[in-house]
Design a protein around this ligand. Structure first.
Ligand code: SF4
Length: 365
């Protein structure tokens, strides 16, 4: 084993690939222990974390207000990055996507979206996804493994590093590859870093977790008291169609999903968002819209309708302009608070999972 192989990692797993990985908070504790053993005051742990998370230091050498011998000591004992940037794409609208290679060779995607003053990042929570949504490239090969807390944090830091020094990340959506609530134990410590004043300092109100709706995990998220926004992906308002599009629905059912969403709203006070990908000729009729209006009736919720973007190699079609207009019309007349969300960065395969699959195909070719 080389010297660098034996180094512990800040914010990342000690041994990539294991599902029993310590969390980023464990590493913070390691750092404090390391400082104590080195005869350094504990408050330097906070200073190091501020350098890592807020001041975007890419190396210990850059932490210029730390004593030189401590910087050398840290460099010899820890490494900061466990990912490498395998590909980077930029769209004309400013959207940037990174394909990150993890220490075990797996790959994940994360995206930076620029919209006015907003700097939103969309991050992944798993390698692959076990939910099997039929229109999603991320789920085609199932779930390979959970990301560690550190690997989730590292996406935030990699994307923040794309910004000029005077800009900060303002919003986080956990809507990339994976089902976030299937990896809640690792996601929550990572989001602690995102919202912590010594971390990235992003308000929980600007952090959104997207889920297909796993009721026990929604309840755990509510019990955490963190107050994140919850976005529930519906894609259909009747169980038979939803089970076709989101197979995990078979064992859960819409009624249980909606009841869990309501409990989250009651516990957190956060307005619910529902997502509905509109697939041409599949779930885009006026009847579908009517059922959806009925399902959402009476809830103080926002509905995001996302017209599907055609993906090469997938059989699904974009909805026609007319179908989108009629679908929205039915919902609006029923009093549903609805907006159309177009995918930004369509030019760079910004829909989750596409870049990873393209890169794998090129790699295999
Ligand atoms: S849409 Fe989300 S939950 Fe569904 S398979 Fe893709 S990554 Fe998983």
């Amino acid at each position: 084993m080389s010297r660098s192989d034996s180094l512990p990692v800040i914010g990342s797993p000690r041994a990539a690939g294991s599902d029993q990985l310590p969390h980023v908070l464990d590493h913070a504790a390691d750092l404090e222990g390391f400082l104590a053993a080195a005869g350094q005051p504990a408050w330097r742990a906070g200073a190091i974390r501020r350098w890592l998370h807020g001041r975007r230091a890419g190396s210990f050498a850059a932490m210029t207000d730390l004593p030189r011998d401590l910087r050398e000591h840290l460099t010899a004992a820890f490494r900061i990055w466990t990912t490498t940037i395998a590909a980077r794409q930029q769209a004309p609208d400013g959207t940037e996507k990174l394909l990150l290679e993890l220490a075990d060779g797996e790959r994940i995607e994360c995206v930076l979206l620029r919209d006015g003053e907003r700097r939103t990042v969309c991050i992944s929570s798993q390698v692959g996804c076990g939910m099997g949504c039929v229109f999603c490239a991320s789920g085609l090969d199932g779930v390979i493994r959970n990301l560690s807390s550190g690997e989730i944090v590292e996406q935030l830091l990699r994307l923040a590093a794309l910004l000029p020094a005077e800009e900060r990340l303002s919003h986080v959506v956990v809507m990339g590859m994976g089902e976030p609530l299937a990896n809640l134990d690792r996601l929550l410590p990572a989001l602690d870093v995102a919202r912590d004043a010594e971390g990235l300092g992003i308000s929980p109100r600007r952090i959104t977790i997207s889920t297909v709706g796993l009721p026990p995990a929604i309840d755990r998220l509510a019990a955490s008291g963190a107050g994140y926004n919850l976005a529930v992906s519906l894609h259909a308002a009747a169980d038979d169609l939803r089970t076709r599009l989101v197979p995990v629905n078979k064992t859960i059912g819409l009624e249980a999903v909606m009841a869990a969403a309501d409990r989250y709203w009651e516990a957190s006070g956060r307005r619910l968002t529902f997502e509905y990908v509109l697939l041409g000729g599949v779930n885009d009729t006026r009847d579908d819209a009517g059922r959806l209006a009925e399902l959402l009736g009476g809830r103080a919720a926002l509905l995001n309708v996302i017209p599907y973007n055609r993906v090469a190699g997938m059989p699904w079609q974009e909805p026609s302009r007319r179908a989108v207009a009629e679908f929205l019309g039915v919902l609006e007349r029923a009093g549903v608070n609805v907006q159309v969300r177009r995918r930004k960065g369509a030019e760079i395969d910004a829909a989750c999972g596409q870049l990873r699959r393209l890169a794998a195909r090129d790699h295999d070719a």
